[in-house]
Design a protein around this ligand. Sequence first.
Ligand code: A2P
Length: 312
Amino acid sequence: MTTVKLNDNRDFPVPGVGTLFAKSDEGEQLVKDAIDIGYRHFDTAAVYQNEKEVGAGIKAKIAEGVVKREDIFLTSKLWNTKHKRELVVDACKKTLSDLGLEYLDLYLIHWPLAFKDSAELWPKDSNGKLLLANDDYVETWKGMEECVKLGLTKSIGISNFNTQQIKRVLDVATIKPAVNQIECHPYLNQSKLIAFCKERGIVVTAYSPLGSPNSIAMADTPAPLKDPKLQEIAKKYKKSAAQIILRYLIQHGTVPIPKSSNKNRLKENFDIFDFELSPADVAAIDALDRNVRICGFTDGKGDKNYPFDIEY
Ligand code: A2P
């Protein structure tokens, strides 16, 4: 199992499996298939509404004796409605109860953006406008640290944070964020943000690593998987474009979490350790960068906590 070290000395398996849009039976089957293939790292979130299925998949494989809980690295995320410091521990406990597990390996603040505390995931006013809140993620971070102290999670981190936001967290942190999970693929290669995180000992998890080819947001956008240069490189290495992208992200030190509900594609996405891209090919893929952002969260634009109003 290939791993990278987190700043709290824990091993973070590479690659992981993303589970967004995997619900009901699909989520459980995906996790079971992935464990059989050899994956040990899973990524979910309260907002994905599939924690029960992800937990069920892990528990089924523990019951079968295929893995032990400590073999699995499980990440989940605090949703934006629970940013008030006093809500964080209970939100984490709810996640654990939905998963049916005793602890998380990594708990992330999903977005720096805060929503009004609500039973709804997407609280809106009578005009359908999203209800953002002023809560400062620096206070949220203190709640995250309490989750570690209570043994609810081993590590904590952030997601979708820009450099200014990371600096503010580092200024108050008694436990440093282990990870920043960000959108990262050849069309948004995040080289500057990755370098910034690396200098501070924060590992980058790459979400939407394949450019989320089937998402609605990508319908009118060029897809990295179809990029002619990537296709050409894929041919040369006798690998698929997806494998080239994952290998590229790993060679840049990130931990990609491709999602697939298809066992063959799960296998394909794991079969990436028998080749290495040459520096020239890495540079050729670097040159494809074109600021294509799939998860732009435009509803939050202009908010003081919005992460994408500055370059990185
Ligand atoms: P499927 O679940 O049918 O395999 P991302 O992780 O960037 O968000 O991309 C996930 C999307 O990419 C899913 O829709 C998934 O579809 C598809 N996908 C996953 N692995 C591959 C692959 N190796 N080749 C092509 N498409 C893939």
